[in-house]
Design a protein around this ligand. Structure first.
Ligand SMILES: Nc1ncnc2c1ncn2[C@@H]1O[C@H](COP(=O)(O)OP(=O)(O)OP(=O)(O)O)[C@@H](O)[C@H]1O
Ligand SMILES: [Mg+2]
Length: 304
């Protein structure tokens, strides 16, 4: 199996994120390329995980194609053969791009991350424990870590250029964006509820996720970026769900367990650069990502 650590395409690079590269195709279009890089405990590891990038891109494509609330969205194609037909300069890179590229409509991104939480975890659990609130709004007392939230709660965040995104209240978004804030919240919750119900039938709990939206030149609000992937969401195995503690990660648990072991043994201090992963851990992680695709889409991932 081959893996891609970093793409290098003959297009202007707009941005290199922790995992993905964004290229400008022309005034109207971007190419998003998901590499096989993986981050754990906020450290991007040196070793790529084969098939991870294709899983991320094809999971997004699956949701764009199936969720009613995903319309309208930015995805023009996630079919590598079609993308190469539309952008012939990519032909020599077809093999490296297989499955991992998405051709998108270019937008002006809304400057907030639309986070939605259906289970109490991560920074939301931290806020609740400290102040009994989530995104500044009171929650009932007595909730446990990982408890289900009904209805799900919109908990927006700023988009930080560097470092961590900062959680903000809905009122903060409304002051900044006016009526658009309501449209973002409604669409975010509809998307999440549709996806949570689908995933639950397939044995995956989507605990929380983050959406991004952008405005097209004609003013339409489009769903952009990656959608409901293991990287933009917390996926938990439903058969191991036990509230009252943190839950295992559907996709990254083999990597986390391995790194945790090193930290406990005092052989890694938790900072970059991360340690090398044994082949077995990499293989187990590829299997988890492929499983996530297979369960959600209903058929195994074919990388082409
Ligand atoms: N259709 C679009 N129009 C304009 N910008 C877009 C579009 N789709 C995605 N983007 C932008 O592409 C960028 C993707 O880069 P990003 O830094 O999120 O990569 P990443 O690998 O996911 O990194 P991280 O893990 O830090 O989020 C985001 O800033 C997102 O807003
Ligand atoms: Mg991102």
């Amino acid at each position: 199996m081959t893996a891609l650590r970093e793409s290098a395409l003959p297009l202007p690079l707009v941005r290199r994120g922790k995992v993905r590269e964004v290229y400008r195709v022309d005034d109207d279009r971007l190419l998003l390329v998901a590499s096989d890089r993986i981050s754990a405990f906020d450290v991007v590891l040196d070793q790529p995980v084969p098939d991870k990038g294709a899983v991320l891109t094809q999971v997004s494509a699956f949701w764009f194609g199936t969720l009613a609330a995903a319309q309208p969205h930015h995805c023009l194609s996630a079919d590598t053969a079609e993308i190469v037909r539309l952008v012939p300069a990519l032909a020599p890179h077809r093999a490296a791009l297989a499955g991992r590229a998405m051709l998108c409509r270019r937008t002006t991104p809304v400057p907030f991350e639309c986070v939605v939480r259906g289970y109490l975890s991560g920074s939301a659990w931290k806020e609740y424990r400290q102040s009994g609130t989530l995104a500044g709004e009171p929650l009932p007392p007595g909730l446990r870590e990982s408890d289900r939230l009904d209805p799900p709660i919109f908990s927006p965040a700023t988009k930080a250029e560097t470092g961590h995104d900062e959680n903000v209240t809905f009122a903060h978004v409304a002051r900044s964006l006016g009526g658009l804030a309501h449209a973002l919240r409604d669409r975010t919750i509809r998307l999440y509820e549709e996806a949570r119900a689908h995933a639950a039938q397939r044995g995956i709990i989507i605990a929380d996720t983050k959406f991004e939206f952008g405005t097209a030149p004609d003013g339409t609000l489009l769903l952009i970026d990656e959608v409901l992937t293991p990287d933009s969401s917390r996926f938990w195995p439903a058969d191991r769900y036990a509230p009252g503690a943190a839950q295992p990660s559907f996709d990254k648990q083999p990597v986390r367990d391995y790194l945790d072991g090193l930290r406990r043994a005092g052989t890694w201090n938790g900072e970059a650069p991360g340690p090398a992963l044994p082949d077995g851990v990499v293989r187990a992680t590829t299997d988890r990502y492929r499983d996530a695709y297979r369960l959600l889409a209903g058929h195994p991932l074919e990388v082409r």
